[in-house]
Design a protein around this ligand. Structure first.
Ligand code: G3H
Ligand code: 13P
Ligand code: ZN
Length: 311
């Protein structure tokens, strides 16, 4: 099966009350860990590549790794550009074989966001590729750009109909209180997503797939392991998984997860080096790291996204 777009995945997810996991990939072990879990659970899958991932691993290497995963697993996989920052980046990924792109002009004024998103949509749709856009600004760090919590803003539901009809985008990322990275909420506060905003957006866009970025849950067992084995991550707090499950049962069809994979991988490698200070073969520490990613993704698919056995 060739790479697919997310169109059919989202239609089924919307109607079935579940969401598709969009996991960030940067190297072979990450691709393998994610796709092995999805294959065992027969889960549709989005693999996403950021600008930073392309700079780190190279577009062609990532493309070929994902193509290898399609051959090995037979899964319907959508290959998506995460946080495309310009028409040129989106064009380069579309020309280079991706089946979905995000144009993230959410930091720009409304009219400018519409204009650049429309330009990407026209280019993409002419080639059978789908486009995710964003309204509202998430706090956190994306591609080295740090957005402070004070500068983030929830999506204004009254803007979404005009934005979607004028841009023609295929899915919309909204800001309802999630943020990128491992430090999402202040220690001592109770994390709470704005389901009122999500409900209002969904009412205005019936049947339209909504996307949640910044949806790692930052499992404390991994934070504790990192800290136990020489790390220092006090106050790392994520989005409660029951709230993500609720969002997945509503109009949210795509949930983005990256930081949790990084935590699983890093905690496992830190533990390995402390437990085996004499070892230096990368295969020996990357193997358990890959297994930790696989276990994390399996847990997300079954307990958070609800997309197992949906192929
Ligand atoms: O939204 C950000 C993703 O986690 C990708 O992060 O830009 O460091 O690759 P990155
Ligand atoms: P996390 O940092 O919460 O994993 O979010 C990832 C993301 O939104 C990628 O676009
Ligand atoms: Zn994101």
């Amino acid at each position: 099966m060739p790479l697919v777009t997310s169109k059919e995945m989202f239609e089924k997810a919307y109607n079935g009350g579940y969401a598709i996991g969009a996991f960030n990939v940067n190297n072979m072990e990450i691709v393998q860990g994610i796709t092995e879990a999805a294959a065992e659970l027969q889960a549709p899958l989005i693999l996403q590549v950021s600008k930073g991932a392309r700079a780190y691993a190279n577009h062609t290497y990532l493309m070929k790794l994902v193509e290898a995963a399609v051959i090995e697993t037979g899964l319907p996989i959508c290959l998506h550009l995460d946080h495309g920052d310009s028409f040129e980046t989106c064009k380069s990924c579309i020309d280079g074989g991706f089946t979905s792109v995000m144009i993230d002009a959410s930091s720009k004024p409304f009219e400018e966001n519409i204009a650049i998103t429309r330009q990407v949509v026209e280019y993409a749709h002419d080639r059978g590729i789908v486009v995710e856009a964003e309204l509202g600004t998430l706090a956190g760090i994306e591609d080295d750009v740090k957005v402070n919590a004070e500068d983030s803003s929830y999506t204004h539901p009254e803007e979404v109909e005009e934005f979607v009809s004028r841009t023609g985008c295929d899915s919309l990322a909204i800001a309802i209180g999630t943020s990128h990275g491992a430090y999402k909420f202040k220690p001592g506060t109770k994390p709470q997503l704005r389901f009122d905003v999500l409900e209002e957006v969904s009412k205005r866009l019936p049947g339209f797939p909504i996307v949640l970025h910044g949806s790692s849950s930052v499992p404390q067992e991994f934070v504790e392991k990192i800290n136990k084995y020489g790390g220092n991550m006090p106050g790392a707090i994520g989005v409660p998984e029951d709230q993500l499950r609720k969002a997945a049962s509503m109009s949210v069809c795509k949930i983005n997860i990256d930081s949790d994979l990084r935590l699983a991988m890093t905690a496992t490698i830190r533990e390995f080096f402390v437990e085996h200070p004499e070892k230096f073969d990368p295969r020996e520490y990357l193997k358990p790291a890959r297994a930790a990613i696989k276990a994390m993704v399996a847990h997300k698919i079954v307990d958070v996204l609800g997309c197992d056995h949906k192929i």
